[in-house]
Design a protein. Structure first.
Length: 317
């Protein structure tokens, strides 16, 4: 018996589109995976996951170009804004939420928008991903501007919400990045910087929270982390802009100052007290031979870049 949906032109069109996507492809070699032992399935899944870094590596030039462009916008006061639906949207929200404690960014500097709003983080909001208009409304609500960067995220590269976000942002002059896991995607075509990390068919057909989700997480890690490095949020590989909001982070702050300066515990405590717990300032006090107020002025003048502030301090001595 033929399903009524099979006679629906929209259903036929959607099925044709999905059939053409690498991320939706069926793997005949895994058709009886449920009959394998748990250890065999785990080994198979681990082997599939191991292919993801190579797929990301193939796109490093495009990723680096997008990062440099993003850092330039943020250095002028722009924001980094992620927009996606489902797993892709959740990954964007996750990456944005990690930036304040890691890099001491303001919560308005890196934002994650998910189709359907905050409730979609834990429950699917039916139909939200199919609306370009909803993406425009969400970006308008946060007053997206030409100095901002908007990253549309979609495993398929065809999600209307992500495409709508990129199209609207680009129309007003914002920098746009389209991150997908299929070649020749509509999302990459809509964006100024298209990043297509093709990871191939999933272990479970169409379950793009797996390899595609892992690939997107790896790229977002690079995008936010390296952008923050370019903005002077680190000193070497130390998180000198870490926000000490709990006891673990306060201990980490002291350890970072120790690693950067080699100072004694007493010297570190004194420097942190003088700089109200600001790690970057405390390091400048210890390595630059300046007091807390002078450290703050030097960092302000260097736009937060510790190496430049240290150079200024040593030049003045």
């Amino acid at each position: 018996m033929t399903s009524p949906a099979a006679h629906d032109p929209n259903y036929t069109s959607l099925r044709t589109e999905l059939d053409a996507l690498t991320t939706e492809a069926f793997r005949p070699d895994l058709a009886e995976i449920d009959r394998r032992s748990t250890l065999e399935i785990a080994r198979t899944m681990n082997g599939e996951d191991a292919t993801v870094p190579a797929a990301v590596a193939a796109r490093l030039p495009e990723i680096a170009a997008a990062i440099d462009a993003t850092a330039a916008r943020m250095a002028r006061g722009g924001r980094l804004i992620y927009a996606g639906a489902g797993t892709a949207g959740r990954l964007g929200v996750l990456d944005a939420s990690e930036c304040p404690p890691t890099f001491n960014t303001d919560r308005s500097e890196v934002l994650g928008l998910i189709a359907g709003g905050p409730s979609a983080m834990v429950s699917a909001v039916e139909g939200a991903e199919d609306s370009k208009e909803l993406a425009v409304e969400d970006l308008t609500a946060i007053a997206v501007a030409d100095r901002d960067t908007v990253v549309g995220i979609s495993a398929s590269g065809r999600t209307p919400y992500a495409i709508g976000a990129v199209e609207h942002a680009r129309a007003i002059g914002a920098l746009t990045i389209g991150l997908s896991c299929n070649a020749d995607s509509a999302l990459a075509a809509a964006a100024e910087h298209g990043i297509e990390v093709v990871v191939g068919p999933e272990l479970l057909t169409g379950s793009t929270r797996l390899k595609a989700g892992t690939a997107q997480k790896l790229v977002l890690n690079m995008l936010s982390t390296i952008t923050m490095i370019r903005l002077g949020k680190t000193y070497g590989n130390l998180m000198v802009d870490v926000r000490a909001s709990n006891e673990k982070l306060r201990a980490r702050s002291r350890r970072i100052v120790a690693l950067a300066t080699g100072a004694t515990d007493l010297e570190i405590e004194a420097a942190l007290a003088e700089t109200d717990g600001e790690v970057k300032n405390a390091i400048l006090v210890l390595l630059g031979g300046v007091d807390g107020r002078r450290a703050a002025r030097l960092l302000h003048s260097s736009r937060g870049h510790l190496r430049a502030a240290l150079h200024s301090a040593h030049s003045a001595n």
